[in-house]
Design a protein around this ligand. Sequence first.
Ligand code: AMP
Length: 138
Amino acid sequence: MSETIFSKIIRGEIPCHKVYEDDHVLAFLDIGPLSRGHTLVIPKEPAATLDALSDESAAALGRVLPRLCRAVMKATGASAYNVLQNNGALAHQAVFHVHFHIIPKPDERQGLGVGWPTRPIDHGDAAALAAQLRDALG
Ligand code: AMP
């Protein structure tokens, strides 16, 4: 597991604007917010990407994420928000320690801009792919 700036924040070697902490999870404000209240939620386990995370840390994150979303909404007054989780440099991950972004969307201009270039599904390929995925899940 690689050392990142988030490991240093967990150990208290680098300051952060802490929002929440328990045995498995830390949440703090993003240093480069897309909107006011942009919060990062991270496991203390130093996994680089979500697929590498233990069930225990995943459960701890899942337990607290909705509560943190409610707190961000209450504190900022935003009723819309995005939860974003990037894995891999190609997918815009800059810090290789799992993190969820909670990003308030107070208006059209602020918050996360989302590109969503859809195309129609190929049902033949989809049937084969779904079977492959079920197989991969074991
Ligand atoms: P990502 O592109 O998903 O890896 O996002 C990494 C996020 O970490 C960015 O939004 C950064 O602004 C944020 N970030 C990097 N360093 C710090 C720091 N020291 N404190 C708070 N947020 C940070």
